[in-house]
Design a protein around this ligand. Structure first.
Ligand SMILES: Nc1ncnc2c1ncn2[C@@H]1O[C@H](COP(=O)(O)OP(=O)(O)OP(=O)(O)O)[C@@H](O)[C@H]1O
Ligand SMILES: [Mg+2]
Length: 337
């Protein structure tokens, strides 16, 4: 669906070169939810804006749906852009238009269908995003989450094949973020729409992406299926973003780590393993005792996922065996102490 080859972009600000992208190559197959994560200034927005050529690369190639769009004129790009919906962090709604009129806007701009057909399409879209009851309200009368639902409905108006989301949930509280991510996941499934989303939050990636690219300083430093990148982060940038999700700060604050006298491990479980009595099995098999210092459960897209911080007491040799035993059962073991 998307193929990027060696994209380069340097901005020139006051005669000074500001490198933004430095050799980005990636492929996104149709129907995938592809996440791009990176710190502020990493180049995320520049990259996503290149997918519809709102930003042109200095060199490299961009192909959408098998078609090279890199050299297209603005006129030729108009047709391509109709195939691409975009959702923004700050919604970008027109305050003078009602919900229904905002959603209708792309249909008016492309003169698609009669007035009655547009009405029907708008009604269908508002139903899809759960805003049918709010069609005549103005943006100022909506919550942030509702505004983003309008933004999503508007992005889908022309039946795009690709949806681009630039920090679509960054202005929302955690609960509203979940409901918007669930909506995007639902749309991805129902419409088999390809989704590219950028974010600085690992939690967003974890919740809905199939694959992820980590960008740092304009380069992809790590890329792969979310479970793999998440469980075995290789690059320092990835490791620090994953660490933010593991509540490491709270554990440090609690003082439990400092007062521990045994070995402290963080265990990460994914999928079926989450349901197995692994701690008890391990303790009895290797003659260890344990206490639980911290625990969280969540999801990696559709997989259950859990993290436990456990303090173990027992013989060193048995501990080493236990560690191997856990790894053999696909539990990721990090030694914290
Ligand atoms: N229009 C522009 N003119 C000049 N420099 C720019 C422009 N757009 C981006 N840059 C620079 O390119 C680099 C990458 O910026 P970009 O906006 O892509 O980062 P980002 O990852 O989206 O960051 P954030 O998370 O803060 O949105 C930065 O150094 C930024 O200052
Ligand atoms: Mg940005």
């Amino acid at each position: 669906m998307i193929r990027l080859e060696n994209l380069q972009k340097t901005f020139v600000v006051d005669g000074r070169a500001v490198p933004a992208l430095n050799g980005i190559s990636l492929d996104v197959p149709e129907g995938e939810v592809f996440g791009i994560i990176g710190r502020s200034g990493a180049g995320k927005s520049t990259l996503i804006r290149m997918l519809n050529l709102l930003e042109r690369p200095d060199s490299g190639r961009i192909a959408i749906d098998g078609r090279d769009i890199t050299g297209l004129s603005d006129a030729a790009l108009r047709g391509v852009r109709q195939q691409i919906g975009m959702v923004f962090q700050h919604f970008n709604l027109l305050s003078s238009r009602t919900v229904a009129e905002n959603v209708r806007l792309p249909l008016e701009l492309t003169a698609s269908g009669s007035r009655a057909e547009q009405d029907a399409r708008v009604a269908e879209l508002l139903e899809l995003v759960g805003l049918a009851a709010h069609r005549d309200k103005y943006p100022s009368q909506l919550s942030g989450g509702q505004k983003q639902r309008v933004g999503i409905a508007r992005a889908l108006a022309n039946r795009p094949k690709l949806l681009l989301c630039d920090e679509a949930t960054s202005a929302l509280d955690p609960q509203t973020t979940q409901s918007i991510l669930d909506l995007i996941a639902d749309i991805n499934r129902k419409l088999n729409l390809t989704v590219v989303l950028i974010t600085h939050e690992m939690g967003v990636i974890r919740r809905i992406a199939d694959r992820v690219a980590v960008i740092d300083g304009g380069r992809i430093v790590e890329m792969g299926p979310v479970a793999e990148v998440f469980l075995h982060p290789q690059h320092a940038a990835t490791q620090s973003m994953v660490a933010e999700l593991s509540h490491a700060d709270e554990l440090a604050d609690s003082g439990l780590l400092d007062s521990a006298t045994g070995a402290v491990w963080r265990l990460t479980f994914v999928g079926a393993t989450t349901h197995e009595p692994i701690l008890f099995d391990t303790a009895s098999r290797y003659g260890l005792s344990f206490s639980l210092l911290q625990g969280t459960v969540s999801r990696l897209k559709d997989l259950p996922y859990g993290q436990l911080v456990v303090e173990w007491h027992g013989e060193a040799a048995r501990l080493a065996e236990a560690r191997e035993g856990l790894s053999a059962r696909n539990v990721v073991v990090e030694v914290l102490r």
